[in-house]
Design a protein around this ligand. Structure first.
Ligand code: CP
Ligand code: NVA
Length: 347
């Protein structure tokens, strides 16, 4: 059933209903099929609309997805990078929001604080898409559950295991997505993090809202610190970097020590269903082909064997295997962002 989401903002996925989120997932799949059939060429529903994408942190997928989706829909897209404006430095978020709202029909924002997204929504007067904050990554969540739906069909009762930094933005978005789709989500990470996710000051409201959604939609969230046990019967194994954008390089060593036993390796994959898929929001450290992972290997490889090859959250064996669907998941960012733009700017 079509939904009217015109004028809405994707600031937090939790501001949407179950039907609305599932509608956006389904619309993403439809738009993908439509592009595969070449139908997008004759349909530019957003000609004359203008979108600005504002990044306080760098990006490959989110930026490119917004630019390609805008082009496909006929809208213009202006990119402003981390050093490309005075946003938040010489000009307040309120003033920037008011000015951008005069020129643009919609604003994508990637930054640190969720409250900055809220301010953009409040002061711009146009739809805002959260392209990642320290709290949440809702456009990623749409692509993640779209990818799962493409592979698993009906998601109700299926099992997704997130292994690693279970208190980060992507882990939270996986929990939220499970609550909307009725999946069983296992957050597999160190015990001290369990209480942070359940009752930490920045987490407890979200956890509570997810519990309410699980009651409504089925599914559950549970915790484990044993990746092999957690993987049993899993349909999806998901991980993310151990140190997120905006966090200091000095955190790598303590995080490797804290999260090393949650590295996704073949033993974990083999403990899951034979049909399991591996997902990662990307970018991933799975070898020593990045500046950071080469440095980690050099500095800590001998002392901490889990990172001896430069791989951190996932081994290269898993990343190169048939189980890895993270590349098509990345492609799905474009289709799901297109769905969010189209739905919120209107047909
Ligand atoms: N997954 C994701 O948001 O990737 P980028 O940081 O490249 O946008
Ligand atoms: N948790 C990661 C996700 C990157 C897409 C970060 O915030 O950097």
């Amino acid at each position: 059933m079509p939904m009217n989401l015109k004028g809405r903002s994707l600031d937090s996925a939790l501001n949407f209903t179950t039907d609305e989120i599932n509608y956006l997932i389904d619309l993403s799949i439809k738009l993908k099929h439509s592009k595969e059939q070449g139908l997008h060429v004759n349909s530019r529903p957003l000609v004359g609309k203008n979108i600005v994408i504002l990044f306080q942190k760098d990006s490959t997928r989110t930026r490119c997805a917004f630019e390609v989706a805008s082009a496909d829909l006929g809208a213009s897209c202006t990119y402003i990078g981390p050093s490309g404006s005075n946003f938040g430095k010489k000009e307040s978020i309120e003033d920037t929001a008011k000015v951008l709202g005069q020129m643009y029909d919609g604003i994508e924002f990637r930054g640190f604080k969720q409250s900055d997204v809220d301010a953009l929504v409040k002061y711009s007067g146009v739809p805002v898409w959260n392209g990642l904050t320290d709290a949440e990554h809702p456009t990623q969540m749409l692509a993640d559950y779209m990818t799962m739906k493409e592979h698993l069909g009906d998601l109700k009762g299926k099992k997704v295991v997130f292994a690693g930094d279970i208190k980060n933005n992507v882990a939270r978005s996986i929990m939220i997505g499970a609550a909307f789709t009725g999946m069983n989500c296992v957050l597999c990470g160190p015990k001290p993090q369990w209480d942070i996710v359940k009752s930490g000051p920045d987490h407890k409201e979200v956890y509570k809202k997810c519990q309410e959604l699980f009651k409504l939609n089925g599914g559950s969230v549970s915790f484990s610190d044993d990746k092999i046990k957690a993987a049993k019967d899993a349909d999806v194994i998901y991980t993310d970097v151990w140190v997120s954008l905006g966090e200091d390089f000095s955190l790598f060593e303590p995080r490797i020590k804290e999260l090393g036993s949650f590295q996704v390796d073949m033993a974990m994959i083999k403990a899951a269903k034979e049909s399991v898929i591996f997902l990662h929001c990307l970018p991933a450290f799975h070898d020593d082909h990045t500046l950071f992972s080469a440095e980690i290997k050099e500095k800590f490889g001998k002392k901490l064997p889990v990172v001896a090859t430069g791989a951190m959250e996932v081994t290269d064996e898993v990343f190169q295997s048939k189980y890895n669907r993270s590349i098509e998941q990345a492609g799905n960012r474009m289709h799901s962002i297109k769905a969010a733009i189209l739905a919120m700017l209107g047909y």
